[in-house]
Design a binder for this molecule. Structure first.
Ligand SMILES: NC(=O)c1ccc[n+]([C@@H]2O[C@H](COP(=O)([O-])OP(=O)(O)OC[C@H]3O[C@@H](n4cnc5c(N)ncnc54)[C@H](OP(=O)(O)O)[C@@H]3O)[C@@H](O)[C@H]2O)c1
Length: 275
């Protein structure tokens, strides 16, 4: 069983989940990967409207034989649905695609310039309706959060951002924690665009613990209080990535990993996203 932390509204979230972006080339592969992950012990699945895989992801969850309340499901609102003023409709569409009565966490996928506050108001309405247990944001920088918090009546439960040892974003982490917003890492392994997992420091620390560099990075996330959602399409890696609860990094090892920061993004800078 994976560990959980409490969000700011007392909903608990497993500290490690499964990222599903491009997890399968088609619906069958996606379905199989999510079923495998659930069999291996994952109880937190991250999807998004953008990934076009809510249907097989939802089917895998529904057919897993695991109680719905034991699986934490996140999906996300895409920018064009904000721009076209159809946020409620987009949420209903995600519920329908997933085939679920409720989701656990609904996120604004990226901030839409000039619409950060208005989008959040619509998210608050969805939350009040009760079909999502928590609402949050993704890819929000401090200035986006400041804009949002000016008028907010609900504090975002989560801010999901690109975060790995080459892009630590400590200022945002500190800001979020100060406001009761849980930081969550996307592309925690640096995605396949990065050579992060060959980094000598990580290889060295991994060797000392008899673990892999991926396990060291994921352990570093959770010891820093950061929820993490690695993706893998391979059974053995799915098992490896969740097997991180039987060792502990020392404070010195955490500091060594923190020093790897080089502000290297694999994704778009949130101020320059286009829809
Ligand atoms: N909110 C956002 O804007 C946003 C943006 C991007 C991603 N995300 C979310 O974050 C999730 C994770 O990010 P990501 O998929 O970009 O990247 P990631 O999880 O950092 O890395 C995935 C890559 O690492 C490989 N990998 C996985 N486990 C490994 C291991 N133990 N050893 C070596 N290689 C390993 C995978 O290959 P194989 O699959 O071949 O094993 C894949 O190429 C996404 O799936 C998505 O749910 C959110």
């Amino acid at each position: 069983m994976t560990k959980k932390i409490l969000l700011n509204n007392d909903v608990s979230i497993p500290v490690i989940g499964l990222g599903t972006y491009k997890i399968g080339m088609n619906d069958d592969e996606t379905y199989r990967a999510v079923r495998t992950a659930l069999d291996k012990g994952y109880r937190h699945i991250d999807t998004a409207t953008l990934y076009m895989n809510e249907k097989p992801v939802g089917k895998a969850i529904r057919e897993s034989g695991i109680l719905r309340e034991d699986i934490f499901v996140t999906t996300k609102l895409w920018g064009t649905d904000i721009l076209n003023n159809r946020i409620q409709m987009a949420f209903e569409g995600s519920l329908k695609n997933l085939g679920l009565d409720y989701i656990d966490l609904y996120l604004v996928h990226w901030p839409v310039k000039g619409m950060v506050s208005s989008a959040w108001k619509a998210m608050e309405d969805i939350y009040i309706d009760g079909k999502t247990r928590a609402i949050g944001v993704s890819n929000h920088l401090i200035h986006h959060l400041e804009e949002l918090l000016k008028d907010a009546t609900v504090i975002p439960a989560v801010n999901q951002i690109e975060l790995h040892p080459y892009l630590i974003q400590q200022e945002i982490i500190d800001y979020c924690k100060g406001k009761g917003i849980a930081p969550e890492a996307w592309s925690p392994l640096g995605s396949k665009k990065n050579s992060l997992l060959q980094d000598e420091t990580l290889v060295d620390i991994a060797g000392k613990h008899g673990k892999s560099p991926a396990q060291v990075v994921l352990r570093w996330n959770i010891q820093k209080g950061i929820v993490t959602i690695p993706k893998s399409s391979h059974e053995e890696r799915l098992a490896e990535n969740i097997d991180i609860f039987d060792f502990r990094l020392s404070d010195d090892e955490i500091k060594q990993i923190d020093k790897l920061d080089r502000n290297r993004r694999t994704g778009v800078h949130p101020d320059f996203i286009e829809f």
